[in-house]
Write a protein that binds this ligand. Structure first.
Ligand code: ADP
Length: 582
């Protein structure tokens, strides 16, 4: 309790006031004593002067005459004890009852000796164990120029000392009361100083526990008031800064949580510090009993830490997916490595794309190599040997057909690569679906007529005006319809229906051709995919027709669905939105 600033102030003030009052009390008492004693001394001076002059005016030291003088003064009210002592040390006259007694038995011997030695002296004496205190004065008496005796006057100081002790008592009481008041007032004043400080310290403690809602009351505009204002300002700033830090932290956490990559942070003791849900999802560890064990099994954290190879990249395969794991250490303020961060990216798609790219290059090379090989071999044969006109023409026909095939292939590839490069060159205009389908039928008529196939087009739509890129959509219908023609036997039947619903124009192209095996259905939109390569090639297919059709339909935000049954037929359904939004 006494450690508090309030009590320290009070005790210090108490000590200061006590010392000040005690010293001033002592000073006052001393000054009072000195003043009284000097008054008595003066009084003794005056009295001795008048008595001495009267005695020294006598012709001789006649005890009666001296007694008369002394008695006179007593009667006049002087209550000092007056003694006249002759050279034989006998009191010959006195205002007391000690007549004819030996002076040295009663009075101060030192003073008597001094007077005998013709000195005048004054001294304060204590008699009877300090019960009585007196001021004594002795002086030589000369009659007719001859040392005749000693005049001794004694003044009783008891009255003065009594007054003095009463005064001292009053002063002591005053000191006690004053210090008591001082303690109370000091305590009150100290409290006004200490209370705001205690308040600040209490609020600072709350602040350290994260509670920033408290403010200190500013009661004065002195330094303590300034301190309270500054403290409130500090609290506001701290709260603001902490809020900012929280915001930043939340932002970071949200970014980490919702980033495309998985993120795991572990310390070097292999405790998981942070893991976002993407990482959990990628590593498929939600059902793990011991999370760290599962992560360790996949990422092999143990060997990374044990081999102290804290920076690296590796690929891990989980189920059908491939992930790239980048890891590197993070450090503390003193640049010591204290943990590892793993960033996990799903590269399944890019790996697939890379594979597709390689397959594509291989396919293109292969597709180009086949016609090139036959062109080369036929042209070499023609160059090296002489053939008759008919065989030469036959060979040249083969070369021509193969060159056409190469040209078709390159044309299709160029189309696809144009679509890949840009989706911008789609020219959406108002066009009529019926016009489009009838034009395609007209273009393909020579082909299906050769095969003696029956192609029926039925329009179920009242208003067939749609919005699409005419040339591209024509390509789609041509590709689908020519497939239907290609993969349907002679005399086969092909039905084309134009329908609509609220959202889409729907074109159905149904054939009763060879159909597509179930296992191939998923792949027929892949570039160069053909169910029967030899057959397709023979029929002039490049394996790119459906891929092109699908790309174009998707450019229009539409869908192309192909359903088929082997040996029964195929149904291609095209959905194109009425309001194409790019
Ligand atoms: P292609 O140029 O070989 O016809 P497409 O991409 O147009 O290539 O078609 C891919 C493959 O899908 C064809 O090789 C064929 O095997 C199969 N296919 C497409 N349409 C039909 C259909 N109507 N009937 C049977 N098979 C089809």
């Amino acid at each position: 309790m006494f450690n508090s600033i309030k009590w320290r102030f009070t005790i210090i003030y108490f000590i200061l006031i006590f010392i000040a009052l005690t010293f001033s009390g002592i000073f006052i008492v001393q000054a009072f004593e000195e003043y009284n004693l000097s008054s008595v001394e003066k009084r003794l001076d005056d009295l001795t002067d008048v008595i001495l002059s009267e005695i020294e005016n006598l012709n001789d030291l006649n005890p009666k005459s001296v007694q008369k003088i002394i008695s006179n003064y007593k009667e006049l009210g002087f209550d000092e004890e007056i003694y006249m002592i002759n050279n034989e040390d006998v009191i010959i006259a006195t205002s007391t009852e000690n007549i004819n007694k030996n002076a040295s038995d009663l009075l101060d011997l030192q003073l008597l000796i001094s007077a005998k030695n013709e000195e005048t002296r004054t001294a304060i004496a204590a008699i009877k164990n300090y019960d009585i205190r007196t001021m004594d004065r002795s002086l030589p008496v000369y009659i007719n120029g001859k040392l005749s005796g000693i005049l001794f006057i004694r003044y009783n100081l008891n009255e003065i000392y009594l007054t003095l002790s009463k005064t001292t008592m009053i002063i002591v009481k005053a000191i006690v009361i004053a210090t008591a008041f001082t303690i109370v007032i000091c305590f009150i004043i100290a409290r006004t100083i200490s209370e705001p400080i205690e308040d600040i310290s209490k609020k600072a403690l709350l602040m350290s526990n994260g509670d920033f809602s408290n403010r200190v009351e500013v009661k004065s505009n002195d330094e303590i008031g300034d301190l309270a204002t500054t403290f409130n300002l500090l609290t506001d700033k701290l709260q603001f800064n902490i809020n900012e830090v929280f915001k930043e932290k939340n932002k970071m956490e949200t970014i980490i949580e919702y980033m495309n990559d998985g993120l795991i942070a572990v310390d070097l003791n292999k405790n998981i510090i942070h893991m976002n849900s993407r990482a959990r999802h990628f590593l498929n560890i939600d059902n793990c009993d011991v999370m760290l064990d599962c992560i360790n099994e996949i990422l092999d954290i143990d060997s990374i830490i044990n081999n102290n190879e804290l920076i690296g990249i590796k690929n891990v395969k989980i189920d059908q997916n491939i992930f790239k794991v980048d890891y590197l250490p993070f450090k503390d303020e003193e640049e010591n490595e204290i943990g590892l961060v793993f960033v996990i990216s799903d590269i399944t798609e890019s790996e697939k794309l890379e594979k597709m790219r390689k397959d594509f290059v291989a396919n293109v090379s292969h597709e180009l190599k086949t016609p090139l090989t036959s062109i080369k071999s036929y042209s070499e044969t023609l160059v090296n040997d002489d053939y008759d006109k008919e065989i030469t023409k036959k060979f040249l026909n083969v070369i021509n057909t193969e060159a056409d095939r190469m040209a078709r292939l390159v044309k299709d590839l160029l189309k696809l690569s144009n679509f890949d490069a840009s989706f911008d060159n789609v020219d959406i205009k108002e066009c009529d679906w019926v016009v489009l389908i009838e034009n395609v039928l007209l273009k393909l008529k020579p082909i299906y007529q050769v095969k003696d196939q029956q192609v029926d087009f039925t329009n179920f739509v009242n208003d067939s005006l749609g919005k699409f890129d005419y040339d591209k959509m024509e390509q789609v219908i041509i590709n689908i319809l020519s497939n239907a023609i290609k993969y349907t036997e002679e005399k086969g039947k092909i039905i084309i229906n134009l329908k609509n619903d609220l959202e889409y124009f729907i074109v159905e192209i149904i054939d009763d051709g060879i159909g597509i095996p179930d296992e191939d259905l998923d792949n027929i939109f892949n570039r160069f995919y053909r169910v029967d390569k030899a057959r397709s090639r023979k029929l002039g297919g490049t394996g790119l027709g459906l891929a092109i059709a699908k790309e174009i339909v998707e450019m229009h935000n539409g869908k192309l669905i192909i359903k088929s049954k082997l040996d029964i037929g195929t149904k291609a359904t095209l959905f194109v939105p009425k309001n194409v939004k790019l």
